[in-house]
Design a protein around this ligand. Sequence first.
Ligand code: GGG
Length: 354
Amino acid sequence: MKLNIAVLPGDGIGPEIMNQAVAVTQAICNKFGHELSYKTGIVGACAIDQTGDPYPAETHQLCMESDAVLFGAIGSPKYDNDPNAKVRPEQGLLRMRKQLGLYANIRPVTTFPSLIHKSPLRSELVEDADFMCIRELTGGLYFGKPQGRSEDGNTAYDTCIYTREEIERILHLAYKFAGQRKKKVTVVDKANVLATSRLWRQIAQEIAPQYPDIQTDYLFVDNAAMRIIQWPKSFDVLVTENLFGDILTDEASVITGSLGLLPSASIGLHTSLFEPIHGSYPQAAGKDIANPLAMILSAALMFEYGFNLMEEGALIREAVNASLEAGVVTEDIAEGGKAYKLSEVGAWIVNYIN
Ligand code: GGG
């Protein structure tokens, strides 16, 4: 098979983790006899610095022409600390998601047996915890207009908007995934307060009877945040809107041992995109210390969801598990043991695959 991939390293640690994901992807292609062709593009702060635009037209064209997109991370303190910045790296990420029609962000939350003891939760709570968070990605507060400030600058506003169509398509996707898993969907909203959440709940109640073999639960987001920590095993497929999904999955990553372990797949109308859930971690940029596993596991999702190449994805997972078991880990999960460099972890995984 020929794999044409757009590679967008982005900012901060993005280029370093991406180097490892590309090396792993190449090793898998060599092993299984696929032809890998990839082209690199810019997005985020690096794109602003080079072109003034966080998501240049050339990058969008590259994504549209590719079979899949591997994306690292965006964000820079230069913009975070400037409330008056006219253009921001995150605008590139949001435009990329919108223009590629990536309405669903699938975030598997899986614990790794060799890291159970590193979870802040008791091991019996996290052992075998395995759920999937489906985050709506192109609606809600991130995109609603108007957004801005009053003339005197002392009042700011965001607008949360959801349409029936946006809610229906993400809910149907959640049921499709649940049908292949433990047959349970948890719809997370704030229907006691928000109008958009009441529409989510109403549509979910209309759709649920169409899936009689799947159990549907409803949780307010504050309650869901608590349950994720209290009893992660109670979830199978959790579906929610954009902002809630972003926050809940960062929380859920703690169960696994590190934010540096969670990958994601964004799917929708055009080319699918695969990225770690974490951001650009600028404090670690260029130091060869960040955890490359979320990025490498995103490459595994690319093989599975992007190309339906399940054995290839499974081998990446096996290699990642083996590296964890061998203690070849970066400082975020080394906890008193030897902390390996980002590049050493990547090289170990490539070596395992070879
Ligand atoms: N790899 C994901 C990434 O770069 N995240 C940075 C970020 O600002 N994300 C915003 C969001 O996903 O809501």
